[in-house]
Design a protein around this ligand. Structure first.
Ligand SMILES: CC(C)(COP(=O)(O)OP(=O)(O)OC[C@H]1O[C@@H](n2cnc3c(N)ncnc32)[C@H](O)[C@@H]1OP(=O)(O)O)[C@@H](O)C(=O)NCCC(=O)NCCS
Length: 159
């Protein structure tokens, strides 16, 4: 039987399951694009404390299939962050579903321009959703390696 996919608001006790989902997605999706030092930086950035903080201060969504956490995304002010869909469930429209809900919530809160940091992996996805590159950023990580990403924005209401 195929489980129904449910979207709900995350609670602090969901942080560990969210972290597992995020780490698995980073390990699978980033290894062909980023050096290990950048992967370690991403994983540390999405630590338990930061996840709980954003659950409490922002609007954090989770997608579940039965007991399994399969996707997430958070809105904090005008910033969409921590958008991840578990590899097995990618390219099924779930990322879009998460982003559209975050954009709807942002509009409800009066946000006009949504912003986000896009990994090199996620950048094509955000382009399809109408986000435009504002700047390319380079963050130095360990062993002289760099982490490249894009700052992107979208004017809400312009679908
Ligand atoms: C980026 C991500 C959230 C997209 O989620 P998803 O559920 O696979 O996306 P969807 O199925 O909703 O895709 C929406 C559209 O984007 C396209 N798309 C998604 N990922 C893509 C990619 N990596 N390259 C090119 N196109 C992509 C889809 O084909 C689809 O196009 P369509 O509307 O023309 O059919 C997901 O792949 C992911 O978690 N990636 C790794 C983690 C990551 O980088 N997260 C963002 C943190 S900055």
């Amino acid at each position: 039987m195929t489980e129904e996919i449910i979207m709900k608001i995350a609670e602090p006790q969901d942080a560990d399951s969210l972290r597992e989902l995020i780490n698995e997605t980073i390990d699978t999706c980033y290894s062909h694009v980023y050096p290990q030092e950048a992967i370690d930086y991403f994983k540390d950035y999405h630590n338990r404390l930061n996840i709980v903080k954003d659950i409490l201060e922002g609007y954090c969504l989770i997608l579940t299939s039965g007991e399994e956490f399969i996707g997430t995304g958070t809105l904090l002010g005008s910033n969409a962050r921590r958008v991840f869909v578990k590899p097995k469930y990618q390219k099924m429209g779930l990322g879009k579903r998460i982003m559209y809900r975050l954009e709807e919530k942002a509009v409800e809160k009066g946000v006009r321009i949504m912003d986000l940091d896009a990994s090199l992996v996620a950048y094509p996805f955000y382009r399809i959703l109408g986000y435009e590159i504002q700047t390319e950023e380079v963050t130095p990580v360990k062993n002289g390696q760099n982490l490249r990403y894009y700052k992107m924005v979208k004017k809400l209401g312009d679908k």
